[in-house]
Design a protein around this ligand. Structure first.
Ligand code: URA
Length: 253
């Protein structure tokens, strides 16, 4: 038997909108459980109960998955006293229990997955799983010709152990500055910035463009979000079904 949950939470977990909106729908007498109209938002139902909104059966999804194009200037946290958090961009979504998968620096933009699926989150940020994160990087000085092979071997950025192998690809220029795509499978503190700094090059713009094979939807302006599609969720989960290796330690994502 599934877990017992409140009816308003059940509705919010079916994509009908926020919990507040669910309360309105329930109080309006538009929701039935096993063919009986229920108007108490706190009524407990099992996850696989037959719940209908205006006679349309609802399917409860225990987990939610969103992609946010994180703008610069907000923090990858659930709560912060001083700054906007990434959750504050999910307007109309019940964000209780949601958290970002790993962290991007305050000035970093791009793909951030937000979910309440702790297992998937762990698998994506664990360096043992080798989940690829791709960054678009603009820096102030070109990297030397041997940078790609040094990154590939695993560069020492002053931590206990060198970085895991990373892939570097030139990506033209942006406003006269060199641009690159860098693929890493860890998420150490300021990792990309520190990798570039090892060659005396400062990162002036950083954007994550892909995580575990899921690409940032470029139709989302910074600050916009959407639910992940079914295929994107499958892609993330498939990537993470691989057996973990022994390399690497825990990291920030
Ligand atoms: N590497 C960084 O330096 N910053 C980020 O936000 C992500 C990766």
């Amino acid at each position: 038997m599934g877990e017992m949950i409140r009816l308003d939470r059940f509705l919010a977990g079916c994509g009908t909108g926020s919990r507040k909106h669910a309360v309105t729908l329930i109080k309006a007498g538009r929701v039935s459980v096993d063919d009986t109209i229920i108007s108490d938002p706190g009524h407990k139902v099992i996850e696989d109960a037959c719940v209908k909104l205006d006679s349309k059966k609802l399917i409860y999804e225990r987990y939610s998955y969103y992609m946010l194009n994180k703008p610069a200037g907000c923090v990858s946290a659930v709560k912060d006293r001083l700054s906007d958090t990434v959750l504050s961009f999910l307007t109309g979504v019940n964000t209780n229990g949601l958290f970002p998968v790993g962290r991007l620096d305050k000035d970093t933009e791009g793909l951030l997955i937000i979910t309440n699926d702790g297992e998937l989150c762990h698998d994506i940020i664990s360096p043992k799983r080798h989940v690829e994160k791709v960054y678009y990087v603009i820096c102030d000085k070109p990297l030397p010709g041997n940078a790609a092979s040094i990154f590939k071997k695993g560069i020492d950025i002053g931590d206990d152990v060198p970085c895991l192998p990373a892939k570097l690809k030139k990506s033209g220029e942006a406003e006269g500055r060199p641009a690159y795509e860098l693929t890493i499978t860890e998420g150490r503190f300021h990792q990309v910035k520190r990798m570039f700094m090892s060659f005396d090059s400062s990162v002036v713009y950083l954007k994550r463009i892909s995580v575990g094979g899921v690409k940032l939807d470029e139709t989302l302006d910074p600050g916009m979000f959407r639910p992940l599609t079914h295929d994107e969720i499958v892609t993330l989960k498939e990537r993470n079904d691989k057996e973990p290796s022994d390399e690497g330690s825990e990291s920030q994502g």
